[in-house]
Each structure stands twice: as C-alpha cells, then as structure tokens.
Ligand binder design. Structure first.
Ligand SMILES: *Cc1c(COP(=O)(O)O)cnc(C)c1O
Length: 379
C-alpha cells in the first residue's frame, strides 16, 4: 500500500530549529521573550495596515480575548457564522453570552449578508437590543463577502471580529484576511497554513488595544510591586519556544500559500473532466483564497455516490480526506440557539469533501488522490 496521504500536515522550513535552539541557549523557556516579540513583529509586517499583533496560546484564545475587547459579556448576543468549526462559537459562551447563528451563501460558503441583516433586525425586535459583535469566518481560506458584511455592521454600529484562523495569506480586494474587522483571530494549530505546534494571534487595530490584550492574556496583573487584580485574567500567552517555530514558519509562509494554491490548481485541472465533481473556486478576482484546503462538491445523483462514499474509498487507499464542517445549528450543543438560515450550509455540508492539501504534498500524491476519486466515481 502507498504511504499515507494526510489532509494537512505540519511542514517545517529550514530555520525553526535554530530559533528554538536560541530559546534554549539563552534560557528563554517561558511565555514571553525575544522569539515572541519577533514573531509578533513578523506577523504585523506581513499583514500590514499598521496592525498590532499579540501572539497567544491558541486561535480559540485569540477569539476569546477579541470578544472581551469588544465588550461582550453575560446576557449579550453575538452573531456567528453557522458553517464553521466550533472554536468560532465556543468563546462566546465562555463569556456568558449567546451565539446566534447565521447561514452561508453559495459563492463563498461564508456568512450571507442578507441573512445577517435579517438576524440583526429580528434580534433587535425580539430582545430590544442589537447583537454585540459579528463573527464572520473565512472558511477553508475563502474570504467572506466582507464589503457587504462591513456595510451592514456599520449601519447598525456592530463591530466585526474576523475568524481568520484558516485564512492567513488570503486576500479580499487586496486586503489581508484578519485585518478587515475591528479585531481578527489567527490560528497556528498543527494543521493550519503555518504552525507553532499550537498557538494563535489576535490582530489589533492599535498599540493600546494590543497592550490591553496582553494584559488580559497574562492574568490581568495591574502595574504594582505586588500582585493586584481589578479584572479576571487568562493565561493565554504563547511560549517563547513555540514562537521560535513561528519565526521559522514566517520565513516559508509565502511558499506555503503558493504551494497550497498550486495544489488547488492541479486538482482543478485533473478533475475538470470528471462529470459531477466540482472544485470550489474563488468567485471572482476580488477573492484570493490561500486554499488552505481544496474542497470538492459531489453531485451525488450524477456520479452515483456521495461525498462520504468518496471519503471511504479514499480511506481504503490510505488517503485522508474530511467531510466539511457540520454547521453549528446542526450541533446538539447549540440546538436551541437562534438560527437565521435558508438551508444553504446544510446543503453544502451534504455534498462537500476536503481533499489532502498540505504544502508538503507532491504533484504525484495529488495525482494519486485524483485517480482514487475517479476509480470510485466510475465504479
Ligand atoms: C482552527 C480554528 C480555530 C481555532 O484555532 P485553535 O488554534 O485550534 O484554537 C477557530 N476557528 C476556525 C474556523 C478554525 O479552523
């Protein structure tokens, strides 16, 4: 049997170990330190737009602190894209607030601007208050329809917290994902575009808010000679060892994004002749996905098998693929939360599959994945 082909593996460059070794050599084996500072600078320089970046222990922690910065607290409602990973919505509940879910639209698979506005107006009518924040997600790296989402957010004066965990390197109308909202969350988990083995970052609009985020991430210690606390804090800072990995990964980020895009192009070419299988594309030149994961849509009646049949056939050939994120409004844990939808994410969930897309995969491996799909489809 061929060597296992994974969905998305960590992919190290040449310098990660040097930075980690430096942390050991200088005994900076703590949260905070020169690697953390440099990693934050590298990220801010990459993202541009005068953003300030705080490196954190996870993308989930970044979203949590982003919500705190937007003043979300007990009793508030926060609008969240339903079609996403649970980490987009979970931090809302950490604060005693309630996620309200909004469906996707077909072109990007992300938050529908029309349904967003409907949700805002209906929440206002039902509760007397506007939602406190909006969390759009750039799923699989595909930018959401941010112009329309921003217009609606501005109309009702509700801030945006971008979940850009899957979208480092993606651009919408030339703006980097993560820099568009008031705050933006990034993830460096093991299977993301770049990894620190586990980590995340919050993209902040200015130095003062970044300072405040750091304050909350280091147990909210007031500036006194003894430990003194006026707020509840968290232990969310990134370790200086992990940040060393991140510094090395920043040196190969552009390469990784280029490779993921090339893998997407190759899948598109190789699958173009397969009737009933469509590779998800950028809807127009306004969108530049990093193609973190290449996704296909399976027209089951046409190919006489479902996305899950293809997943199982690939698994038999030692190839890992994954069904799409099951929308939050279809999760038992969020079953009684408000949802504004028209069936779109449910429909996409039923027909989609994520293909192996890691930047270390070879063209031959992509070819093997396509051959396995074609064998199942022609069965
Ligand atoms: C990975 C991910 C997160 C959370 O990031 P962690 O670093 O794993 O905590 C949040 N949202 C989305 C959409 C993700 O894919």
């Amino acid at each position: 049997m061929q060597e296992r082909i994974w969905l998305s593996l960590a992919h190290m460059g040449a310098h990660e170990q040097d930075f980690v070794k430096e942390a050991f050599d200088t005994n900076w084996v703590v949260p905070l330190g020169p690697n953390v500072d440099a990693f934050e600078r590298d990220l801010a320089a990459y993202l541009g737009e005068d953003k300030h970046v705080v490196a954190l222990s996870a993308g989930t922690a970044a979203l949590h602190l982003g919500l705190i910065m937007l003043g979300v607290g007990p009793g508030d409602e926060v609008i969240c894209q339903s079609f996403t990973f649970a980490a987009s919505a979970n931090p809302v509940t950490y604060l005693g607030a309630t996620p309200v879910f909004v469906d996707s639209e077909e072109t990007t698979w992300n938050m529908s601007p029309e349904l967003l506005e409907k949700a805002i107006l209906d929440r206002k009518a039902k509760t007397g208050r506007y939602p406190k924040a909006i969390i759009p997600v750039h799923l699989y790296g595909m930018p959401a329809r941010m112009d329309e989402i921003e217009q609606i957010a501005a109309k009702y004066d509700i801030p945006i917290l971008e979940d850009a965990a899957e979208a480092l390197g993606s651009e919408y109308k030339g703006r980097k994902c993560g820099t568009i909202g008031a705050f933006g969350g990034l993830s460096f988990n093991g299977n993301k575009i770049i990894t620190t083995s586990g980590g995340g970052a919050l993209v902040c609009p200015d130095a003062a808010s970044a300072q405040r985020v750091m304050f909350y991430a280091t147990q909210a210690r007031e500036n006194r000679p003894y430990y003194y606390h006026e707020h509840i804090g968290y232990n969310y800072r990134l370790s200086n060892v992990c940040a060393g990995i991140g510094r090395g990964q920043m040196m190969v980020l552009e390469e990784h994004v280029a490779r993921r895009r090339a893998i997407h192009d190759l899948y598109t070419k190789l699958l173009s002749g397969v009737d009933g299988i469509t590779v998800k594309q950028n809807p127009s030149s306004d969108y530049a996905s990093n193609f973190w994961l290449t996704c296909i849509e399976v027209d089951a009646p046409r190919v006489d098998c479902t996305a899950d049949d293809i997943r199982l056939a690939l698994a038999e050939e030692n190839i890992e693929s994954r069904l799409l994120w099951r929308p939050m409004h279809m999760q038992p844990v969020f079953a009684n939360h408000a949802f504004y939808g028209d069936g779109t994410s449910e429909r996409i969930f039923g027909r989609g599959l994520c293909l192996p897309s890691g930047s270390s995969l070879t063209d031959a491996q992509i070819g093997a994945v396509v051959e396995a799909i074609v064998r199942r489809v022609n069965k």
